[in-house]
Design a protein around this ligand. Structure first.
Ligand code: ATP
Ligand code: MG
Ligand code: MG
Ligand code: MG
Length: 469
């Protein structure tokens, strides 16, 4: 089954259960300046959950474009290292606004995944987790669905694993939240990893495919958990992850959609090794960068625009690593439009604009990338310990336009770290001296018109999480 067919089947399935099909909203949350990007399907329904907005329906389904590259859900560092994380992905979801609750939510999910008419995934490959205290969900799985009890795992709040697995889902530091139950697929013995809750859970053998959240609370800035007007349901399943299952491949990067993007990336960078990690990073970043531009974000030195710039420069640097010194990133937009333009007409419409923005950023970064790499290489050649000095990282940022995480991405490949405390000190000094950042200045005003400039107020939260550097 192709990705596009799975997307279609999902919407159709829930439509047949009286869910209204709602189009994906923008990556820029409509009226939520605390949230960096739309990171889940529920974001456009946030006000419906908390009772401040009413819709003509109480059941909805969508395929939502999501970006997780900053804020509470940040997967940027996972891209290229896991089989399952992207910065941009599509989240298939079904939602109940005070309509059905735990029992139906679990039954629908199970029917879609296992019934012969739909995905027909063998039940014995599926594992589930429930929130540690949620006996009701445990019972539904065990007695009504018939999942063997040794494949139902209780998970608490935050166990502090590498990927912070927990069974209490929250959109951000504030907003709707609640206990959840998740469905995992076992990709088989040949892959390293253990079931959720085990010491080996960070491996990629058992991959989470679907999260079903029982929305019950609204967390306010003072930390209070106020009950929602009515218990609700919010679910999210990664289209790319379920496509990997349906196409019988392990990694998301092996699905139809990504294979085509990887081939285009290999061609544009003259690469022959299709397994090269850099190709995956570029193909991933292509999607987040393109859709962010489609939704009105432009590379800049602040807020959302700076996140876009960081992702784009990472992609460009990986192209450089593959030996590509000419601008290549903008050439990939047409391949993306071919893959996703039908499902997202707004992408097809914006193709020329996206290409222009990409090319401009590539030209801008090309002026300093080569020299910056030389500075870094020479510092690394002289390095005695395992830590790059904050001074070098700062020079790379300040003079050569290397965002800190880009430098970190390079030196992580060599098992090194950065003295971030020193870097932060230099950044603070510089901020005090001047807020202007000359080397990042690009004038986009002739290229694109920014409609409804995107306001973003969550800087302090971002700084705390190390996103804005
Ligand atoms: P993981 O533990 O694998 O990082 P998650 O628990 O953070 O996933 P949720 O917030 O529960 O993910 O999101 C719901 C679903 O969206 C997941 O079950 C998964 O299928 C998908 N998903 C989440 N993050 C990503 C990502 N970075 N790339 C692709 N799909 C994702
Ligand atoms: Mg995650
Ligand atoms: Mg998880
Ligand atoms: Mg989850």
């Amino acid at each position: 089954m192709k990705s596009a067919e799975i997307r279609q089947a999902f919407l159709q399935f829930f439509n047949s259960k009286e869910h209204s099909i709602v189009p994906s909203s923008s990556l820029i949350p409509g009226n939520d300046p605390t949230l960096l990007f739309t990171n889940a399907g529920m974001v456009q329904f946030k006000d419906v959950f908390i009772g401040e907005d009413k819709r003509s329906y109480t059941r909805a389904t969508s395929s939502q474009r999501c970006v997780r590259a900053g804020g509470k859900h940040n997967d940027l560092e996972n891209v290229g290292y896991t089989a399952r994380h992207h910065t941009f992905f599509e989240m298939l979801g079904n939602f109940s606004f005070g309509d059905y609750f735990k029992e139906s939510a679990i039954k629908y999910a199970w029917e879609f995944l296992t019934s012969k008419e739909w995905m027909a995934i063998p039940a014995e490959k599926l594992w589930v987790t429930v929130y540690s205290e949620d006996d009701e969900a445990f019972d539904i799985w065990a007695t009504q669905i018939g999942v063997p009890k040794d494949r139902i795992i209780r998970i608490g709040d935050n166990k502090g694993g590498r990927y912070n697995s927990d069974n209490f889902w929250a959109m951000g530091d504030t907003g709707p939240c609640g206990p959840c139950t998740e469905i995992f697929y076992d990709h088989g013995e040949s892959i390293w990893g253990g079931p959720p809750g085990s010491p080996e859970e960070d491996g990629d053998r058992y991959i989470e495919i679907w999260n079903i959240v029982f929305m019950q609370f609204n967390r306010t800035p003072d930390g209070a958990m106020n009950p929602l007007p009515a218990p609700s349901v919010d679910t999210g399943m990664g289209l790319e992850r379920v496509a990997a299952v349906m196409q019988d491949v392990h990694s998301n990067y092996e699905i139809d959609l990504f294979q085509n993007l990887l081939n285009a990336t290999a061609e544009a960078t003259n690469s022959t090794d299709l397994e090269n990690k850099s190709l995956r990073v570029i193909a991933d970043h292509l999607r987040s960068c393109a859709f962010l531009v489609v939704d009105g974000v432009l590379p800049s030195n602040e807020g959302r625009g700076y996140v876009l710039r960081r992702i784009m420069r990472r992609a460009i640097r990986h192209g450089h690593k593959l030996g590509q010194t000419n601008a290549f990133f903008h050439k990939l937009v047409s391949a993306l439009v071919k893959e996703m333009g039908e499902a997202y007409p707004e992408l097809a419409q914006a193709q020329a604009q996206v290409e222009k923005v990409f090319l401009l950023e590539e030209e801008q970064f090309a002026k300093t990338l080569e020299k910056g790499m030389a500075v870094l290489e020479s510092a690394l050649a002289q390095l005695s310990g395992k830590e790059l000095s904050g001074d070098v990282a700062f020079t790379l940022y300040d003079t050569y336009g290397f965002p800190l995480d880009l430098t970190a991405d390079i030196i992580r490949e060599r098992d090194l770290t950065i003295d971030e405390a020193r870097y932060d000190e230099l950044m603070t000094q510089q901020r005090e001296m001047s807020r202007a950042a000359g080397q990042f200045k690009v004038d986009y005003s002739n290229v694109v018109q920014l409609d409804g400039a995107t306001e973003f107020l969550g800087y302090s939260e971002l700084e705390n999480s190390g996103v804005v550097t």
